[in-house]
Structure formats: structure tokens, C-alpha cells
Write a protein that binds this ligand. Structure first.
Ligand SMILES: Nc1ncnc2c1ncn2[C@@H]1O[C@H](COP(=O)(O)OP(=O)(O)OP(=O)(O)O)[C@@H](O)[C@H]1O
Ligand SMILES: [Mg+2]
Length: 222
């Protein structure tokens, strides 16, 4: 069963002077439970596609279906709620909030859900799972890069999403930290059945996943 279905996706960025075609006629379905890698040269549209898949950006044309919901039909609030409960995001540069400690960063996706006691419990549970429970009171600036990415992954899974979208999650990490983050993503995929779509420039990491989709110039080439 497809959990993500992209149909004829096109994306054109328009400013007053320039028009950039970032994606053209992209068709892709991701199976439930799959670990998919997206590869391709810089500027070929990988992040643009991931943002569209994650409902962070709208396509210029085409349709996005996630867990059988036509996402274009959702209102802004419904879309935010849908994103919040189905999708977890992990980025190359972590995107943690510098003024919030680790616990508060992890708790962010739960802000509009459940009571505070349950939230704390859930935060502690994922922090323990990711080996950062002893750093809950630290600020992001007091952590290593690998620890920051663990916090970001904890934040991505705290709401129990069915899908994780990761844009070069190991891009800022050394190879040892990178391997640890990859092991975590594989464990979340295998043990928890979370579908993972990951953009990477690392062939070795990509080979460990179920399938590689290659992009060139805004199109899928295989
Ligand atoms: N907000 C924007 N406005 C205008 N053009 C954009 C915008 N975002 C991306 N682009 C253009 O769209 C194309 C695809 O960009 P994208 O960020 O998706 O590439 P990428 O494959 O993720 O590259 P990288 O591997 O370097 O991260 C590029 O030509 C880029 O310049
Ligand atoms: Mg990118």
C-alpha cells in the first residue's frame, strides 16, 4: 500500500525577474514501511520535493496524497494538524530552537496535544530511547552535533508519526556520528514500522536503504 503518492508534481519558483523550474512531472509512490533514499546533484530539486511531500510547500501542479488524504483539499489549519500528527522532520542543520532547552525542543510538536504530565512522560521516553535523557536541561549550543541531531530525531518521533522526512540528516556530522544517526533511522524504520524518506549525498548510506530514487534537473531518472 502506498503511504505517499505524488502525481505529476511540478514546481516553479517565480520572482519578479526570474522563473526557476525546480521540479517537472515527478511521479513517485512510497510504500508503507519503506526506507527510501533520494539522490542527485546539488540543485536538482531534492529538498523542494521533500518540502512538498512534507506539506511545507505547495506544488505548482500535481497532487500529493498522504495516507490516502488528498492534501490539497485540506484547509490551512487541517493541513497543519495533519502534518503535526503524521509527519516528522529531520534537517541537515537540526533546526532546534536555540533559546529552548532539549526537553522543550522535543516537546514542541506536542504543544497542542494531551496534558502537560503526559507530554513530560513522552518527552522522557523518547529522550531515553535516543540516549539524550541526561541532557534534557541543556541548551542546543551546549551539545555536540550528533547530540543535536538526536534531539531533532526525538522531536520528529515524539508525536508518533507514520512518516519521517529527513533532508541530509548526516550532512553536518562526522562519519561516526553519521553512522549512529543512520542506525537510529533504520531502527525506527524496522522496529517501529515508520516509513522513512531520506535525501542523501552518501552512496554508502543510500545502499543500505530499500530503494534509491535518482534525480537530475527536477526529474526522476530512475
Ligand atoms: N525559494 C526559492 N526561490 C527560487 N528558487 C528556488 C527556491 N528554492 C529552491 N530554488 C531553486 O530550485 C532548484 C532546486 O533546489 P533544491 O533546494 O530543491 O535543490 P537540492 O537538490 O536540495 O540541492 P542540494 O543538494 O544543494 O541541497 C534550485 O535551482 C534552486 O535554486
Ligand atoms: Mg537540498
Amino acid at each position: 500500500m502506498a503511504i505517499i503518492e505524488l502525481n505529476n508534481i511540478g514546481k516553479v519558483f517565480r520572482t519578479r525577474e526570474i522563473e526557476t523550474t525546480a521540479l517537472e512531472n515527478v511521479n513517485l509512490s512510497v510504500e508503507k514501511g519503506e526506507f527510501l533514499s533520494i539522490m542527485g546533484p546539488s540543485g536538482c530539486g531534492k529538498s523542494t520535493l521533500l518540502n512538498i511531500m512534507g506539506l511545507l510547500d505547495n506544488p505548482t501542479s500535481g497532487t500529493v496524497r498522504i495516507t490516502d488524504t488528498d492534501c490539497a483539499s485540506l484547509s490551512d489549519t487541517a493541513r497543519a494538524r495533519f502534518r503535526n500528527s503524521n509527519l516528522g522532520f529531520v534537517f541537515q542543520s537540526f533546526h532546534l530552537i536555540p533559546s529552548l532547552n532539549v526537553a522543550a525542543n522535543i516537546e514542541l510538536p506536542l504543544d497542542y496535544r494531551s496534558d502537560s504530565g503526559q507530554r513530560q512522560e513522552r518527552v522522557r521516553e523518547v529522550a531515553e530511547r535516543l540516549g539524550i535523557a541526561h541532557r534534557l536541561k541543556h541548551l542546543p549550543s551546549q551539545l555536540s552535533g550528533g547530540q543535536c541531531q538526536r534531539v531533532a530525531i526525538a522531536r520528529a518521533i515524539v508525536g508518533r508519526p507514520s512518516i519521517i522526512l529527513a533532508d541530509e540528516p548526516t550532512g553536518n556530522l562526522d562519519s561516526r556520528m553519521g553512522n549512529e544517526v543512520m542506525d537510529l533511522l533504520h531502527e525506527l524504520n524496522r522496529r517501529d514500522g515508520i516509513t522513512v524518506v531520506m535525501v542523501t549525498h552518501n552512496e554508502e548510506q543510500a545502499r543500505r536503504t530499500d530503494r534509491i530514487v535518482r534525480f537530475f534537473d527536477g526529474r526522476i531518472i530512475n
